[in-house]
Design a protein around this ligand. Sequence first.
Ligand code: G16
Length: 561
Amino acid sequence: KLPPEVSPEKLLQLLQEHPPGDTFLNYGTAGFRYDAAILSPIMVRVGIVATLRSWQKQAPVGVMVTASHNDESYNGVKIADPDGGMMTSDGETLAVEMANERDIQRLLQKIEQFKTKSDFVPIIHVGRDTRTHSPALCDLVVQTARAMGSAIIDHGIITTPMLHHAVLHGNREYLPLLIPPRPDVTGYFSLLAQSYHALLATSHTARDRRAPLVVDAACGVGYAHAQTLHQAIQDLDPTHRPLLVLNAPGTGPLNEKCGSEHVQKALQPPTFYDATADLSTQYCASLDGDADRIVFFNVRDDQMRLQDGDKIACLLCRFLQAEYQALQADAPSLPPIRLGVVQTAYANGASTHYLEQVLGPEGIVIAKTGVKYVHHAAAEHFDVGVYFEANGHGTVLFGPAFYECMAQADTVLRGKRCRGSVALQRLSVLPALVNQAVGDALSDLLLVDAILQIQGWSPPDWDAIYTDLPSRQAKVLVKDRNIIQTNENETKCLSPVQVQEELEIAMAEVKGRAFIRPSGTEDVVRVYAEAPTRALANQLATKAAEIVFRLCDGIGEAPVF
Ligand code: G16
């Protein structure tokens, strides 16, 4: 922990040395994210905002330096609130205001307005990914925050979810009682390994210890941490199925032709830069550059089978429903639990259909893209909220009614040996295994693997629960993506109005679904199309991209499929 070094002179020097440029800086889907070359003024200002946030909340907050799924030229930074979640919109407004303020005196006056009279020392957890520019950028956050009087807990190179975990576990008043506090990196691994082990120990049926699970770490930060996690699991159970972790940082370009973004968007297996053989026919998982997303896949008969975030959500929903029903069968007096699923517009139509027609959870909500929106929707609408974006970013949130139900079930079932007791054990261990702050690829990896083992399912069994509708995603470069306005959950384009009118016609022609939205992490407009056949999905994506290109001042050429 680095103690504060309060120094108004140092703060002034940092502000003078790093003036903002001409670009208007926005706090996007997951924080400020730009070409690394323009980020140093943002880092200084984030050091200020994080300190103000900690002051305001009188609790530790977090700062993560990463550009996640973007290529190596990008970097970025996001702030975590004391509950470990993404900073809420009031904080984002302040961050945007501070990042774009060119007048240093006005900026210093703004800081003065926030100062409290209490003795509270702001505390900031910091972490960074493996990008070459991350140490210097992170150092600017640290220097600025310390000059403002913050104490720093520097976790070094960690995954984004580990940073969120550290913040949540460091603020115990936000941590539910069923979860033992483990605020540091070692505690993170032991908590995951122990709860995974405890979940598997509830099942006496077959466990698949044969083939290793191949993990593509996207040449990013997940590489070392997946190995540490694997070691922690093997320390508890040496016979456990091995994880073969590939794509170490430096063996190939970060997130390029590898990682979850590539696998899910291009619908292609990754390049395994540090393997001599093609391993994609095995049971594989791909993480993204900061390990907050995961998708599973394997190649059979030359065809890639992808189990994306939608399929993960369905697997989890099905498992949770079955366990809750088993619990209720042996303890009928238990109150009902609102178990629901949150998806985004990117959710494949077949997954939503499966949820509606086969599983029938208490509710299915379509929220705006971005984990901060889906997380909020899950907490607001459900007692047990499964949220997953199709790109593999997601988790399960357990609310107060869930914990109350577990406490009641414990009283009813204490000392009894029945299926309900097994369900109680399983459900009770989940909040410790499943990251309660944010989507976490490593936690999701263990959760999915444990559920498949408990159910005795192979990856093809899981894959077969429904068949994805053919879909295609594309990016269109435009002069200014900010001219595009969408409705609340981004399923419709409101402005320019002609875009939606033309999209409706194109969709009707192929009986498909398409939408467009400005990305919050890249300077592009995203296009999504799905239709009954691959050819029609390609046709619709081509048409939608052409509409955006023509009506929104496209640059270069529109993509054609
Ligand atoms: C971030 C967000 C995700 C979002 C993704 C894509 O992911 O955390 O919730 O789905 O960006 O956003 P957009 O389409 O706006 O570019 P990550 O993994 O890059 O942090």
